[in-house]
Design a protein around this ligand. Structure first.
Ligand code: SAH
Length: 373
């Protein structure tokens, strides 16, 4: 059986592996303590389950850094995250702002508040603004387009990224025509049973995946992704996500650890681990040398230096919070979410120092996807 080091080398060279080989990289990183009800455990095939050695980890991260640096050098791109509404019509079981959480204190930002976040961000050096929110029908397509046009006319040198969930093609097209550049929509999982374990029956995996293809065909730079070690997640599910992403060809991939939220039905599920998330980042970097890969806030939440470690494992984007300080604590997707430390956009100095502590530097540009093809 090939050693894990050989498999890493093969991935670095070919950008692809057999299912068996991928599973050998994924398996030991997964705690897979949590199973969906009625599910058998995976067969613990010998050789798949031995934990990673430090040497193997170091090798993966080294290869991943080498790979990202060939495309992006040591640049780290910042995205200013504006969480403009925590109202949501969906009931995703893992999410703290799901519609069933009656304890969530709801808020919405108006167009002036959103623009002033961008203005503040621009002063601080941000050249990408990410508008994220629950799926909130209060904001009509017309309003969203109005917000996009206003930001683009005030800051023509900036990119606008949307992360507002599943819509129909006409809406995505209208946002794009209004000037939106990018769209983040994690597929969350590519296994049908797992999808329905995480989501209510009103949502469909097919629709979510189709949204990503639609966005891409319109011309957006698209971001897919999933949570690491979400409840019920199996190594085989992650493998399906990797295959899905190979087919989709996303420009960005967001992966962060699952973190439980106390007012959801997954309150007592274990959180995803630092190691599994770092392994995932390394694997994704080797598969997709050109992809924009954030070291997520969730990663920074489970470990004080999580984001720096993420950069060392192949990530090259950080998304500090630009939301007004009085609402930051309310956009609680999970417990303990970072919101007042170095991840806050106004603490840019601290963030710059963190990035520099791992030998990278912050680049003050839009940070578009680079294609080497
Ligand atoms: N409504 C938008 C934005 C969702 S929030 C959409 O549907 O795309 C952004 C991401 O946060 C989600 O895609 C999910 O992967 C992640 N997230 C939600 N709850 C989480 C939790 N408990 N732990 C970790 N990540 C979570």
């Amino acid at each position: 059986m090939a050693s894990r080091i050989n498999i890493i080398n093969k991935l670095a060279k070919n950008r692809d592996l057999t299912d068996e080989e991928f599973l050998r990289l994924i398996y030991p990183a997964c705690s897979f303590v949590n199973r969906m009800p009625g599910e058998e455990g995976s067969l613990d095939i010998p050789g798949r389950i031995e934990p990673w050695t430090e040497n193997e980890e170091r090798h993966l991260y080294l290869k991943a850094r080498e790979t990202v640096e060939k495309v992006y050098g040591k640049a780290v791109y910042l995205r200013g995250l504006i969480e403009f509404t925590n109202y949501c019509k969906n009931g995703c079981r893992y999410c703290g702002i799901n519609k069933g959480n009656i304890r969530a204190e709801r808020y919405r930002l108006n167009i002036d508040e959103i623009l002033s976040c961008c203005n503040k961000g621009y002063e601080l050096g941000f050249r990408t603004f990410v508008l994220q929110g629950g799926e909130d029908p209060y904001y009509t397509d017309e309003m969203i387009c109005g917000i996009i046009s206003l930001i683009k006319s005030s800051h023509p040198d900036c990119a606008v990224t949307l992360s507002i969930g599943e819509k129909e093609r006409e809406s995505y097209q209208a946002y794009f025509d209004a000037g939106a550049d990018r769209y983040l929509l994690r597929e969350e999982t590519s296994d049908l049973k797992h999808y329905h374990f995480l989501h209510p029956d009103t949502l469909s995996m097919e629709h979510r995946q189709n949204c990503l293809y639609t966005l891409k065909s319109i011309g957006y730079q698209v971001g897919a992704g999933f949570m690491v070690e979400s409840p019920g997640q199996r190594p085989e599910h992650i493998l399906k996500d990797l295959r899905f992403m190979q087919e989709l060809g996303p420009h960005m991939i967001g992966v962060g650890p699952f973190i439980p939220h106390k007012d959801t039905c997954f309150a007592y599920e274990p959180q995803g681990s630092l190691k599994s998330t770092l392994h995932m980042l390394g694997i994704l970097r080797l598969m997709f040398p050109e992809v924009l890969l954030p070291a997520t806030t969730a990663l920074g939440t489970i470990d004080e230096h999580g984001r720096e470690k993420g950069l060392l494992a192949g990530a090259n984007v950080i998304m500090p919070n630009l939301s007004p300080s009085d609402v930051r604590g309310k956009y609680l997707l999970y417990d303990g979410k970072l919101c007042t430390g170095d991840e806050a956009a106004e603490h840019r100095e601290g963030l710059v120092r963190r990035v520099e502590s791992v030998g990278c530097h912050v680049e003050q540009t839009r940070g578009d996807h680079i294609s080497m093809a």
